[in-house]
Write a protein that binds this ligand. Structure first.
Ligand code: GRF
Length: 223
């Protein structure tokens, strides 16, 4: 419970590296009026910079290195699952977590696990999205927060933001523009879920409570 008397949704954030999306979530939850808190940051790499971000924010973290499991993915995932439950996690947020998750793990957290992906899904699943958009001559690019399903970068879409592709963009410039939007929409998606306003119906997400769709209203300026 918070001082304001409401219960905050407990997040478990899974990372493998830099953790800038983790930082966006840490910044959001630092506001006591935000309806979620970070209960655990879990990394599969001990050297992930995101772990330093967690420490700085005074948030609990843990490392479960996949390497000692020597390819035994069920055992690795069972360990992660147990650790998340130990911290009372209610919503898993994948934030640059670079391990594929099995259908078993995905099912444990069905409709309680979300991911951020740097493209306007369902286009450009997978890696190197910025370069692939440039190579395809795309005019618009962006990012998506979605519920996780067993297929990679698949699942009901919660929030998207679009950015323009500009003349002279290289992959880094485009990545930079997209990343700024990622940092805006990940906390927004978490807020919508925590407030009970984003509901999965069939395989689509319905957003309650606004006459406009708050999950599609973000189109960034060119800068
Ligand atoms: C982001 O581009 C995110 O969309 C993708 O992985 C990257 C993670 O970056 N899933 P960071 O670790 O959050 O800085």
């Amino acid at each position: 419970m918070t001082a304001a008397g409401f219960k905050r949704l407990k997040l478990g954030v899974l990372i493998s590296g830099r953790g800038s999306n983790l930082q966006a979530l840490l910044d959001a939850v630092a506001d006591s009026a935000f309806p979620a808190e970070v209960a655990l940051v879990l990394s599969n790499r001990a050297d992930a910079y995101g772990l330093e971000r967690a420490a700085k924010a005074g948030v609990e973290s843990a490392v479960i290195d996949h390497k000692p499991f020597k390819g035994d993915r069920p055992a690795f995932e069972a360990a992660m699952d147990a650790r998340l439950r130990q911290s009372g996690v209610e919503l898993v947020c994948l934030a640059g977590f670079m391990r594929l998750l099995s259908p078993w793990f995905v099912n444990q957290w069905r409709d309680r696990m979300i991911n951020i992906h740097p493209s306007l899904l369902p286009s450009f699943k997978g890696l190197d999205t910025h370069q692939r958009v440039l190579d395809a001559g795309g005019r618009l690019h962006g990012c998506t927060v979605h519920y996780v399903r067993a297929e990679m970068d698949d699942g009901p879409i919660i929030v998207q933001a679009a950015v323009p592709v500009l003349d002279g963009d290289d992959a880094d410039a485009l990545a930079h523009r997209v990343l700024a939007q990622e940092h805006a929409i990940y906390p927004l998606a978490v807020r919508l879920i925590a407030e009970g306003r984003a509901r999965v119906e069939g395989e689509r997400v319905r957003i309650d409570g606004d006459s406009q769709n708050p999950a599609a209203a973000l189109v960034s300026p060119a800068g």
